[in-house]
Design a protein around this ligand. Structure first.
Ligand SMILES: Nc1ncnc2c1ncn2[C@@H]1O[C@H](COP(=O)(O)OP(=O)(O)OP(=O)(O)O)[C@@H](O)[C@H]1O
Ligand code: SF4
Ligand SMILES: [Mg+2]
Length: 353
């Protein structure tokens, strides 16, 4: 048995980077990201639009391979190196994927039945009769009425919610050890969202599957993950056990992102509020800390030196002036006094920006 199997770590990502060659130069979209995912556990990934969440996961799965893409670092799945290898053998069977937009990942000209039967026949070596029975069972499990009839339908004949459920059924058909779910419930109404997330949790418990859950919904992130990684500009800003991230956050970006934290007296599904300023340009990111142009604590060293991701007890963050420390109080006071941060961001005496 290798180390990964002994320790229970299913996915071990280390200094993983993804760049794209563009006309303007190299776009470093994912920059030295590291995380570990234990069997059966759930990692949430949050961050503003464009922070690299989808590219990270699609690239890990080998779905972006083109000569414009540069992939570096290490990603061990059950001890096997994904980087530089052909990962197709894992698709469906050991790793299931639910994509942000079901219409782009379901084949529009193929009946639902065929799209569902293929992975069942391929991965579980079922014959057609067995695969059909299992397909009906799966569609029933994901809450699709009249499953037999659905098998003969095309994706466009289903509603958005139904298509999403079909995608989940396909992703789960091979009973994968890992499910990558990229915004699996975006654009669905709240009741359907809850139903689908409950269903995933149930199936996760049933088959001991690990999940990477990319979400914009802080209520979902808080209630349904073991750990959360906060990404910004392709880098990890903070990575911590979920509850700790909400109650004891250290990174100013997490603080800004979570400024709309769900409280008891607020609706559960509080979405991320926009932070003033723009996301970094992946071709020409700011020097030093990627968040420095928008950070109310920024000091001179933040603009020259890139903070490493570090920290004890599974709570890691990349910041020179972590929230709640004396250093951050001092940094904030300095910026208030001079009326701006080291990057020139104007600071008012009251409020956060
Ligand atoms: N093929 C590509 N070539 C160059 N840049 C790309 C390519 N694909 C994605 N990007 C860039 O990578 C960055 C990260 O995109 P990504 O889709 O991973 O963001 P995201 O965090 O998933 O955002 P969202 O929350 O909106 O889904 C964006 O700036 C995007 O423009
Ligand atoms: S205090 Fe400095 S290092 Fe920390 S997030 Fe702000 S700019 Fe980055
Ligand atoms: Mg995305």
């Amino acid at each position: 048995m290798n180390d990964a199997k002994r320790s229970g770590i299913l996915l071990d990502v280390s200094d993983y980077s993804v760049g794209f060659r563009t006309e303007r130069g190299l776009a470093q979209v994912v920059d030295k990201v590291s995380f570990q995912l234990e069997r059966g556990s759930t990692l949430g990934i949050v961050g503003e639009s464009g922070s690299g969440k989808s590219v990270l996961n699609r690239s890990l799965m080998g779905l972006l391979s083109s000569n414009r893409q540069i992939e570096e670092g290490s990603a061990l799945f059950d001890g096997e190196q994904l980087v530089g290898s052909d990962r197709q053998s894992f698709w469906g069977k050991r790793i299931g994927m639910i994509f942000q937009d079901p219409m782009t990942s379901l084949n529009p000209v193929m009946r639902i039945g065929r799209q569902l039967l293929e992975p069942l026949q391929q991965h579980l070596s079922l014959n057609k009769q067995q695969a059909t029975e299992r397909a009906i069972e799966l569609l029933t499990q994901v809450g699709i009425p009249e499953p037999k009839r659905r098998l003969r339908q095309y994706p466009h004949e289903l509603s958005g919610g139904m298509r999403q459920r079909v995608m989940i059924a396909i992703a789960l058909a091979g009973e994968p050890e890992l499910l990558i779910a990229d915004e699996p419930t975006t654009a669905l109404d709240v009741t359907v969202q809850k139903y689908i997330l409950d269903l995933l949790a149930e199936l996760q418990a049933d088959i001991g599957m690990a999940v990477v859950l990319i979400t914009h919904d802080l209520g979902v992130a808080r209630g349904r993950t073991d750990d959360i990684m906060v990404m910004y500009g392709g880098r990890t800003m903070e990575l911590a056990p979920s509850e700790k991230l909400f109650t004891d956050m250290s990174h100013p970006y997490t603080q800004a992102l979570f400024s709309a934290i769900p409280r008891v007296d607020q609706p559960k599904h509080t979405r991320l509020t926009p932070i003033a300023g723009a996301s970094p340009d992946p071709v020409e990111p700011p020097t030093g800390c990627r968040f420095s142009p928008r950070c109310v604590y920024a000091q001179d060293d933040c603009t020259t030196t890139l903070p490493e991701v570090e920290g004890p007890d599974g709570h890691q963050f990349a910041c020179f002036y972590p929230v709640g420390t004396a250093a951050s109080v001092q940094a904030r006071a300095t910026n208030i006094e001079r009326g701006h941060t080291a990057t020139g961001l104007k600071i008012k005496a009251v409020g956060t920006n």
